[in-house]
Design a protein around this ligand. Structure first.
Ligand code: CO
Length: 152
């Protein structure tokens, strides 16, 4: 499991260094996907106080999107498999997300090797007591590419 820190100099101005670092860690997340159909972490924990999370998803591989595309999707843990099943059927033209699927809390586009994408999403409506999951909805990837997402 790896965790990448982002510097956030504007937010940190005038702040206490330790507080500043912790906040930056929790509100900006970086995760990688690989040609071996893996995410770089199996658990993401965010601070609900962040309000908005900035997530950067990078595909470290070489394979094109048609062969080994990945997305990053989050839903409740209960919804994860049905969201992934419906997403797999939805096609690459829909970023492997069923159009209008309101079980999806956030998702990136599908990217190929060497590409990156960044999204921001709100966690204000999420709950620490609820179990969430993140996963890839490209057909056949769900079993290999999933993890736990929770609030702290
Ligand atoms: Co994938």
């Amino acid at each position: 499991m790896t965790k990448t820190s982002f510097s956030w100099p504007i937010l940190c101005l005038g702040g206490v260094l330790l507080t500043c670092t912790a906040l930056a860690d929790e509100c900006a997340i970086a995760i990688d996907g690989t040609d071996n159909m893996r995410f770089s972490t199996d658990e993401i924990v965010v601070d609900r106080a962040c309000g908005e999370i900035e997530l950067t998803f990078h595909h470290t591989g070489d394979l094109p999107v048609e062969a080994m595309g990945h997305n990053w999707v989050v839903s409740t843990a209960e919804d994860a498999r049905p969201v992934a099943d419906d997403g797999a059927r939805a096609g690459l033209e829909n970023q492997h997300i069923r159009p209008g699927d309101d079980r999806v809390i956030a998702h990136t586009e599908v990217i190929g090797g060497g590409e990156s994408t960044t999204i921001t999403f709100s966690v204000e409506g999420l709950y620490p007591a609820q179990e969430y999951g993140f996963f890839c909805t490209v057909p056949g990837h769900f079993t290999m590419m999933r993890g736990t997402f929770r609030l702290d």
